[in-house]
Design a protein around this ligand. Structure first.
Ligand code: AMP
Ligand code: MG
Length: 355
């Protein structure tokens, strides 16, 4: 009898030890995750971040959020701005018409080559050399809240002159240098936010972040996974009522979603909406029957460039362009109806009650 009790005691102790080590194993394998969130303004737009990082990781979630903002600011200050003297694009614009091209980073050279690729494929609908036209419309001024009564519609003559000083084929990209003819000015507003997503993704990889969803204006990056599982939901704004979504994209990590819409930046005068997406064939805001275009791809620069290009091309030609680049597209048309690529249907869920 005593012998039996001793044996069961040993067995019980064994079970407790086993359970203990199992618990240790579970805790050891998956330290708890912490979620951190932050909203800032950078690159002239709102940057919103939600990030999951395992506790005890070398780099704390909060300092990663901070680094993401610094990364966007650097991109603008050193590379893409046409207003900040330290930026490569500013210097290229300043040197327009000079004999020698400007020495540029390999990164910017590659980005410019991608822009040229999209310009060609979109037959010039996407064109970063519309800098002068953007200035004539004072699109940057609208972002800073210019009053509609101060807004002056550029004359046709001024637009025509600016159009002759634009054209993507005028950009000369040589090994290591970029050159513009006199009076041609670049504007990277259509791709900056997408390029930011590509840089941010590299940062999240470097710090082995568990999961994140980060939006830079109308461009959103999904990364990794949520510890509790489930998809990342990216809302698609209803252009007719921007306080509502028309639906959401349910995505795993690794996607870039860019939206171009006529509600993002505009001025209204005499009942007419003048928005910020310019048709390079007229020099005027594009009028293609589209109110917004959302592009889904794996690459930020492509998603941003294509969303702008597709807005100008309209749903039919835009859909063909997106498919040419293996991207999914969703168009909200002027009558409120939707058009989308077949692949997009897999991710898009319409909101209830038309929200
Ligand atoms: P997005 O909101 O990404 O469509 O970009 C719009 C911004 O891109 C504008 O504010 C302009 O700075 C610039 N942009 C406007 N029209 C074009 C165009 N046709 N091609 C390239 N960039 C453009
Ligand atoms: Mg864009």
């Amino acid at each position: 009898m005593k012998m039996f009790l001793e044996k069961t005691g040993v067995i019980r102790l064994g079970i407790i030890v086993m359970l203990g080590s199992l618990l240790f194993l579970i805790c050891g394998c998956s330290p708890r995750s912490k979620v951190v969130q932050r909203v800032d303004t950078a690159m002239g737009t709102i940057v919103s971040q939600t990030l999951y990082q395992k506790e005890g990781t070398k780099k704390e979630g909060e300092s990663i959020l901070q680094e993401v903002i610094a990364c966007i600011q650097n991109l603008e200050q050193e590379q893409l701005s046409r207003r900040l003297p330290g930026a490569e694009v500013y210097q290229i614009n300043q040197a327009a018409g000079e004999k020698e091209g400007i020495r540029v980073s390999e990164e910017l050279k590659m980005q410019l080559e991608t822009c040229m690729e999209i310009s060609e494929a979109s037959e010039g609908a996407f064109d970063i050399t519309i800098g002068k036209i953007v200035q004539l419309w004072d699109i940057d001024g609208w972002a800073e809240g210019a009053a509609a009564d101060e807004f002056v519609i550029p004359s046709d003559a001024a637009l025509e002159a600016a159009l002759t000083d634009s054209g993507y084929e005028k950009v000369e990209i040589a090994p290591g240098t970029v050159k513009l003819p006199a009076n041609v000015q670049m504007d990277m507003g259509a791709v900056g936010k997408g390029i930011a997503l590509d840089r941010i993704r590299a940062l999240l990889e470097q710090y082995k972040v568990e999961g994140a969803v980060i939006s830079v204006g109308g461009s959103v990056l999904t990364y990794g996974a949520k510890p509790e599982g489930g998809s990342w939901n990216v809302g698609i704004v209803n252009p007719a009522d921007t306080s509502q979504n028309i639906g959401v994209l349910k995505l795993s990590g690794g996607w870039c979603v860019s939206t171009s819409g006529d509600y993002e930046r505009y001025v209204e005068k005499d009942g007419i909406r003048y928005h910020h997406i310019i048709d390079p064939s007229t020099g005027k805001p594009a009028d293609s029957g589209v109110r917004s275009v959302t592009i889904l791809t794996r690459n930020g620069l492509y998603s941003d460039a294509l969303s702008t290009a597709c807005f100008i091309l309209g749903s039919e030609r835009g859909m063909a362009l997106a498919e040419q680049f293996g991207a999914e597209a969703l168009f909200v048309l002027e009558d409120g109806s939707l058009a989308m690529t077949e692949g997009m249907q897999e991710y898009f869920c319409l909101s209830n009650a038309g929200k």
